[in-house]
Design a protein around this ligand. Structure first.
Ligand code: HEC
Ligand code: HEC
Length: 258
């Protein structure tokens, strides 16, 4: 078993280390004390937006990361800790993993949207004794850390949705390309506030997002660098590639849904 564990452990560490949004997980202290009743310090989480469900967590084994989304937060957990053994679930392909977990699961209760405790997938990773009486996952390794559990919990509690186009815009562009810093007053790091701002407010150069009309939207023009006023966005950081900009355009043309 030791021989089999080593590459997986290295993989898990490598993925954790290179995965930008998930904390700089100190794996040294990933002790086995995350069991059902370890709510000694419910205040140690850095998550400002934790706890959407103060009522449902009879056994508070993890907080909820309310902003968690599938591709950015849940898929990498699977890639780092699970695909070695559960490779038939869809490594390298978030759509396939989503299908396995939600649309076409091998067990009916794999993921129960809105209810992590009823979700077998969460039960297996969060509890020392899952309800099936078998092993906690991943077996024979450290359990997931609190941030990773909170990410999975948050995704399930929020309805276990597939990422929307706006989720992708928000996590891959808004957060990663630092639009959030220079345009802090457009909603900052609050996803819904940013969506509301972009789709309802005018910039100096016109309406930022005109739902259904990418060509008429300042956002699209600024990302392409064709706006009559000012310069291409983002300033300082690398411009987005053409395919990414077209995806933003397609999102706008489809009505810019949240
Ligand atoms: C070292 C191999 C290994 C790793 C890594 C692993 N599993 Fe498992 N998993 C198993 C085995 C073996 C079983 C069957 C025995 C059991 O249920 O405990 C299983 C069963 C399961 C089941 C029950 C349903 C089913 O399909 O059998 C779930 C859910 C599950 N694992 C989730 C996960 C998740 C999530 C991860 C990553 C966080 C993970 N596993 C990592 C080996 C692994
Ligand atoms: C380093 C700071 C900086 C970054 C990063 C940045 N912007 Fe800007 N942005 C500005 C400034 C300054 C202006 C006003 C000057 C201009 O339009 O050229 C502006 C203007 C805009 C406008 C037009 C607003 C108006 O009132 O006309 C849009 C839309 C925009 N930015 C979107 C973005 C997006 C989307 C990103 C991320 C991909 C981004 N910006 C990243 C500084 C920044």
């Amino acid at each position: 078993m030791v021989a089999g564990m080593t590459p997986l452990l290295l993989l898990a560490l490598a993925c954790t280390a290179s995965d930008t949004p998930v904390d700089t997980a100190p794996s040294a202290d990933a002790d086995t004390d995350t069991d059902t009743d370890s709510d000694t310090d419910a205040d140690t989480d850095a998550d400002t937006d934790a706890d959407t469900d103060a009522d449902t967590d009879a056994d508070t084994d993890a907080d909820t990361d309310a902003d968690s989304v599938f591709e950015r937060d849940v898929f990498p957990v699977y890639e780092a800790y699970c695909n070695d053994c559960h490779h038939q679930w869809g490594p390298g392909d978030p759509d396939r993993l989503y299908d396995t977990l939600v649309t076409n699961p091998p067990e009916p209760d794999m993921v129960v949207p809105g209810d992590r405790e009823a979700s077998y997938f969460y039960d297996k990773i969060a509890h020392d004794r899952p309800t099936d009486g078998k092993s906690r996952m991943p077996p024979e390794l450290f359990p997931l850390n609190d941030d990773e559990l909170a990410a999975v919990a948050g995704w399930i509690d929020n309805g276990a949705a597939k990422d929307s186009e706006f989720d992708r815009f928000f996590s891959d562009i808004w957060m990663r390309r630092d639009c959030k810093n220079c345009h802090e007053d457009w909603g900052g790091v609050e996803k819904t506030a940013v969506h509301t701002f972009l789709t309802t407010q005018d910039g100096v150069g016109g309406r930022i997002v005109v739902a259904g009309d990418s060509e008429g939207s300042l956002l699209f023009a600024k990302l392409k660098g064709v706006s009559a006023l000012g310069v291409q966005m983002p300033i300082v950081y690398e411009y987005l590639d053409a395919a990414t900009i077209e995806a933003v355009g397609a999102w706008i043309d489809s009505g810019a849904p949240r």
